[in-house]
Design a protein around this ligand. Sequence first.
Ligand SMILES: CC(C)(COP(=O)(O)OP(=O)(O)OC[C@H]1O[C@@H](n2cnc3c(N)ncnc32)[C@H](O)[C@@H]1OP(=O)(O)O)[C@@H](O)C(=O)NCCC(=O)NCCS
Length: 180
Amino acid sequence: MNPKEVTLKNGKTVLIRQAEVADAQRLLDCVKKYIPQSEYIPKLEREIVITVEQEREWIKSFLIHNNSLLLVAEYDNQVIGNIDLTGNRRKVMEHTAVIGMGMLKEWRNSGLGTALLDTAIEWARQNPVLELIWLQVYTANKAALHLYRKMGFEENGIMKSFFKHNNDYFDNLTMTMIVK
Ligand SMILES: CC(C)(COP(=O)(O)OP(=O)(O)OC[C@H]1O[C@@H](n2cnc3c(N)ncnc32)[C@H](O)[C@@H]1OP(=O)(O)O)[C@@H](O)C(=O)NCCC(=O)NCCS
């Protein structure tokens, strides 16, 4: 995938490109910062225990599997967000990939999510192996839901009360898009 510059609603121009092994520390710093800032990512701060070496291996896995893609958004030499398409490793599901994405709080609602997702969908459409991409989202995550519907994802089933934060339950919606 060719790197691409995108100017966001806040007037800032960011670079969207494939992650390299050398990004491990900066990507880890970014993810460690945005997970606790995100109400709707099902991971607690104390559960982020990944080391830089493990992050390097994780980045490498996207470079060697042809149904997988990891993109970072970069601004001022900092990683500010990412999107991953993790292709399934089993033969009967290798035409599918699951999406994860996030970004630093100060960059939300600027169009960065749209730019990251649009780039990933375009790549998936060109990919000879992938036919279906999917994701899971809290139904309470209104910004994410709006974004996924806008990009054309279809709703494909809700697991009620799948997430439990203290004593509050949240529903989990699966969304899919055909990219063949
Ligand atoms: C979800 C996330 C990836 C979206 O990225 P983003 O850069 O904020 O998204 P964009 O600005 O491109 O688009 C958001 C859209 O939702 C809309 N939106 C924002 N808040 C909304 C709300 N409460 N209700 C309805 N729509 C809303 C925006 O107006 C925008 O719509 P538009 O493009 O039609 O103007 C980002 O907010 C994020 O990282 N959140 C924390 C982590 C997370 O939730 N990850 C997703 C897990 S499934």
